[in-house]
Design a protein around this ligand. Structure first.
Ligand SMILES: NC(=O)c1ccc[n+]([C@@H]2O[C@H](COP(=O)([O-])OP(=O)(O)OC[C@H]3O[C@@H](n4cnc5c(N)ncnc54)[C@H](OP(=O)(O)O)[C@@H]3O)[C@@H](O)[C@H]2O)c1
Length: 331
């Protein structure tokens, strides 16, 4: 067994915030039944916040961030998992109050672990990660609410982001006409390549005015952006349509009116990946390995980085410069 290993450690001592790769031993890890040799992790918006002062994600230091990890079981005190098993661990306290995936080894509670489904590699599982899982949960919730391809265009906001790019790819694979909204003019071709039928600017979704009701443009929407753009798009959803909201990149306040709900029967569906029940989680990971798996999943990788390169890559999402997913390779 390796004596020491590398991990990205966030510390906050005497108001001095530091983020650096350190040598640790297994005894530095927190409790958990399953010890995993991490092969891949990824970068999510929450991870970027975990690595900055006042990000309001981490409250105890020193800490290892990384809300996603996939790897191979080294040892397990839970008989559901055996050495050599390939597994995924995302959500719950991982990377928030329990040491996460930016580490060559992770000790994780057995009830947070998901067996790697057939049809996915460890690398592909982390190209998906929490962002892709959230997109899948959003699509499934729309379908549970009777959205189907023949009803018309589905809008995806923040389309070049992690959640957005996966939503575009999954919806397109399922046969939907996808309208992708982006603030990045240079990425229109990328969005078409991953499955968008049409690409519009952010202003097409929100032009600075929130109307009681507007022209019915979209049968449904996947919205990781929130805030005023969400209030605006709600007034353009078809009668009986649905919107799956997962994020807050444009803000936490939702200055909407009741009219889309009481005059058009629009459904606003809240998406939470963190405490998504395990039964749903297993079903969705299996779908991500089969019918939800993007045709060209590698096209969704913006960058692959090592632990040592991670500190340079982390600010990308906070600057709004993400395009798909940033993968972290630990083997
Ligand atoms: N509920 C959950 O369980 C859950 C899970 C995962 C993520 N989230 C949340 O979902 C959000 C997106 O996560 P992500 O991983 O996709 O992040 P991301 O990769 O950084 O993508 C966010 C995208 O939003 C767009 N955007 C950024 N600032 C904006 C602004 N001011 N107004 C409008 N659009 C803006 C940009 O896309 P364009 O340039 O293409 O417009 C950006 O790429 C975050 O708030 C995250 O915390 C929630």
């Amino acid at each position: 067994m390796t004596q020491t290993f590398d991990a990205l450690v966030v510390n906050n001592q005497e108001s001095h915030y530091s983020v650096k790769v350190q040598k640790l031993t297994l005894s530095d890890l927190q409790d958990g039944e399953v010890l995993i040799r991490v092969h891949y992790s990824s970068v999510n918006y929450k991870d970027c916040l975990a690595c900055i002062p006042n990000g309001n994600i981490v409250s105890t230091f020193p800490f290892i961030p990384g809300i996603d990890l996939a790897g191979v079981v080294v040892s397990s005190e839970d008989n559901r998992y055996q050495p050599g098993d390939e597994v995924i661990a995302t959500s719950y306290d991982i990377g928030v109050s329990h040491f996460g995936g930016y580490s060559e080894y992770a000790r994780i509670r057995a009830e947070w672990v998901v067996p790697l489904p057939q049809g996915l590699t460890l690398k592909e599982a982390m190209i998906i990660g929490t962002a892709g899982f959230t997109a899948a949960l959003s699509v499934q919730r729309l379908e549970d609410n009777h959205v189907s391809p023949e009803q018309g265009k589905v809008l995806v906001t923040g389309a070049t982001g992690g959640v957005g790019s996966f939503a575009v790819s999954i919806l397109s694979k399922l046969g939907y006409e996808v309208e992708a909204s982006t603030g990045k003019e240079a990425e229109h071709e990328f969005l078409k390549q991953i499955g968008a039928t049409t690409v519009v600017s952010r202003e097409e979704v929100y032009d600075g005015k929130i109307r009681a009701l507007g022209k019915q443009k979209w049968a449904a929407a996947v919205d990781p952006v929130g805030g005023e753009p969400l209030a605006s798009l709600l007034s353009h959803i078809h009668y009986g349509g649905s919107v799956a909201v997962s994020g807050l990149t444009a803000g936490t306040k939702l200055p909407t009116m009741v009219f889309p709900f009481i005059l058009r029967g629009v459904n606003l569906l809240g998406i939470d990946s963190v405490y998504c029940p395990m039964e749903t989680r297993l079903t969705l990971w299996n779908r991500l390995a089969t019918d939800y798996k993007p045709e060209n999943i590698e096209a969704l990788v913006q960058q692959e980085v090592t632990l040592a390169q991670l500190t340079d890559a982390l600010p990308t999402l906070l600057k709004g410069q993400g395009r798909g997913r940033i993968l972290v390779k630990l083997v």
